[in-house]
Design a protein around this ligand. Structure first.
Ligand code: COA
Length: 238
């Protein structure tokens, strides 16, 4: 794409997704929309990064951050029609991959979870919207058309066309419909450890009964094994 085409595409993305552009000229958008400036700066930085030019790509990224408050590592791969609204506090890590027509709001982090090397940042497919303050951490995949609610913390893959909210991020809508059924109940989650302890406890009780029967001492059977490890002795006393 030509430079003019690139600039035009990013201005068009801003016009398409930010109602505040209604009365703004193209020059105004280029001069005062930090999201547009940061992405255009990234296009140059990324091109130079791909050609293994030293220092300059990071210097461009650093300057863009100083001016816009948006930090995009030169290594991040970003598709067409990318738009960052407002922008301050956005961080896009080195191994992030972003598809076409993705929208981010201020305060979004596409980051890693630790100090590991290699692919460690999210992959975001086409037409995804990520709300303000959301943190997407690790080499997760966010499927096309997904929405991430403001202030969510997402550390697992998000299926396509799914809306996730909260911390940890969990689905509340799939293809526009609310999630219903047992999978929607995030309060009463199954506890496999407790289930295993209960099962072992029941088995021990059964064996103790058999031992007591064989030894002719019924009273020693039954023990005190509590099927619920979280429940202590009754505070009612007696
Ligand atoms: C996540 C979002 C896209 C959901 O939009 P939606 O598809 O219309 O979904 P709904 O509004 O019907 O919400 C579905 C459920 O999620 C809850 N929810 C929505 N957004 C949430 C959020 N950010 N955090 C926690 N819960 C949220 C709703 O309360 C609702 O809960 P309920 O089913 O118990 O009633 C939207 O709420 C959002 O966060 N957008 C980001 C906007 C933004 O960052 N704007 C910045 C402008 S400067």
């Amino acid at each position: 794409m030509t430079v003019a085409g690139e600039i035009g595409a990013h201005v068009a993305a801003a016009r398409g997704r930010d109602p505040a552009t209604a009365n703004a000229s193209t020059v105004q958008i280029l001069a005062t929309w930090p999201g547009v400036q940061a992405v255009l700066a990234h296009r140059i930085a990324h091109r130079l990064h791909q050609q293994s030019v030293p220092l300059i790509p990071l210097a461009i990224s650093y300057l863009a951050r100083a001016i816009t408050g948006i930090e995009i590592h030169p290594g991040a791969r970003i598709g067409q029609g990318f738009f960052i609204d407002h922008g301050a506090g956005v961080v896009v890590g080195e191994t992030t991959e972003i598809g076409d027509d993705v929208t981010l709001y201020q305060g979004v982090t596409l980051g890693g979870t630790g100090f590991q090397a290699g692919k460690r940042h999210p992959t975001v497919e086409d037409n995804v919207t990520i709300g303000s303050g959301a943190k997407l951490l690790g080499p997760i995949e966010v499927g096309h058309g997904a929405k991430v609610g403001a202030n969510s913390v997402v550390v697992e893959d998000v299926p396509p066309c799914t809306t996730v909210v909260g911390n940890p991020g969990h689905p509340v809508k799939v293809e526009g419909r609310k999630v219903e059924g047992p999978d929607a109940d995030w309060i009463h989650l199954p506890d496999p450890v407790q289930d295993a302890v209960k099962s072992l406890s029941a088995r021990i009780k059964e064996l103790e009964g058999q031992v007591a029967e064989l030894s002719g001492n019924e009273n020693r059977g039954g023990g005190e094994s509590d099927p619920d490890p979280r429940r202590g002795r009754s505070s009612a006393g007696g």
